[in-house]
Write a protein of this length. Structure first.
Length: 387
């Protein structure tokens, strides 16, 4: 069983890869991602079964928590929390979130040195507070947390845990389980994409720049991300050490309903569209996940007819990549391999990207058209492509 020490005490470093970013927080990395879901036990079991996560922590009625139940799963440096509300407690926020959005990401928690300072710095720059800094303690030490609002109903929680050595957070106990499937090789969260409404991309890019000291790493306009029918625009925001990357997508004018419009329609507002998780062996990861029931978007076979002309030499066997539907792209730093799942929920909202970077620091611009055509094919099946 992995512990907090195993999964968080790795060398993030504070070197500034992007010196123009104003790292006044600073952020050490992604601490955890919390979903609000209709059934936390079943969601945790699914992620263990299908993606190779392991049991980590639990909080609920047995631990004295009356208004919710939470299960925590872990795979290498990735921690996911699934939280379900309990009735009769008077706390309707989680119920309301699930009713409005379905199962979805509520919290993107960021690991910081000083959660109080992080809250003071961001709220003084215009962030709306979700909750003020407070301390939680148990026999394993102290955790300080604070939180601000971001796009839609999503929040960032700043987590300071330098004085804590427990399983996850105070109030959580070790989740003992005889069912812990082998890992699928997932290592860490590479980036998380937020979908926002018409004309809101610049607003939220400015938020991350002004409020959190991020810098615009790259911008994609509707000429970069478009097909015959749909388009979107995106700005990728990053902190100074490059450990946190948040692409912000908004719709662009097109003949039919874009994936961002579809997401916002079914999610009832802005939210986290997908989580990109890194692997060191994407072929192994994809084979494992597919064998456990994960469905991936179909990439047209013709994509592979010309891909090597575009990206040049790669170490992988192209036939194996084609067999597994894995796409390739290259930038000035190297190349990357990526694939996208179908939505993880009945609403066509949250999905995952699996990515292996072989030097590249970009986001697969050369794959956008093939990817979007694949998404449009799924929209046709759902009957949601036409406006």
């Amino acid at each position: 069983m992995q512990t907090l020490k195993d999964v968080t005490n790795f060398d993030y470093g504070l070197e500034k890869i992007f010196p123009e970013a104003d790292d006044f927080l600073p952020i050490l990395g992604t601490d955890y991602v919390e979903y609000y879901v209709g059934n936390a036990k079943q969601a945790a079991h699914y992620y263990k079964s299908a993606m190779g996560f392991q049991s980590l922590g639990y909080a609920g009625l047995e631990t004295g928590l009356k208004d919710r139940t939470s299960y925590v799963v872990v795979q290498d440096k990735i921690r996911l929390v699934f939280t379900t509300p309990m009735p009769g407690t008077g706390n309707t926020e989680i119920f309301d979130h699930i009713t409005k959005h379905g199962d979805g990401v509520k919290v993107i928690a960021l690991w910081v040195e000083d959660a109080t300072k992080a809250w003071e710095e961001t709220t003084s720059r215009g962030a709306k507070s979700y909750f003020e800094p407070y301390s939680q303690t148990d026999d394993k030490g102290e955790v300080v947390r604070s939180s601000i609002h971001t796009y839609g109903d999503t929040v960032h929680i700043f987590v300071e845990r330098k004085n804590y050595n427990g399983v996850f957070l105070p109030g959580f106990v070790k989740w003992e389980s005889d069912f812990n499937p082998p890992s699928c090789g997932l290592k860490y969260i590479d980036h998380m994409v937020g979908n926002v409404g018409w004309g809101e991309m610049n607003t939220w890019a400015k938020f991350y720049g002004d409020v959190m000291g991020f810098v615009n790493l790259v911008t994609f306009d509707d000429k970069d991300i478009s097909t015959q029918y749909t388009a979107l625009m995106s700005k990728v925001m990053t902190n100074g050490n490059g450990r946190i990357k948040f692409p912000i997508n908004e719709p662009a004018e097109g003949l039919k309903r874009s994936q961002v419009e579809e997401y916002c329609d079914f999610y009832n507002g802005a939210g986290c569209q997908h989580i990109a998780v890194a692997t060191n062996d994407i072929v192994f990861t994809v084979k494992q996940m597919r064998s456990r029931g994960i469905e991936f978007l179909h990439v047209p076979g013709t994509y592979y007819d010309t891909v090597l002309e575009r990206v040049g030499d790669i170490a992988e066997d192209l036939n194996i990549l084609k067999e597994n539907g894995i796409m390739v792209d290259r930038d000035d730093e190297g190349y990357l391999l990526q694939i996208f799942t179908k939505p993880f929920t009945d609403r066509p909202t949250l999905f995952f990207e699996i990515i292996q970077r072989k030097g590249a620091q970009s986001f697969g611009k050369g794959n956008f058209q093939a990817l979007f055509e694949s998404i449009e094919a799924e929209q046709v099946k759902r009957g949601t492509l036409d406006k």
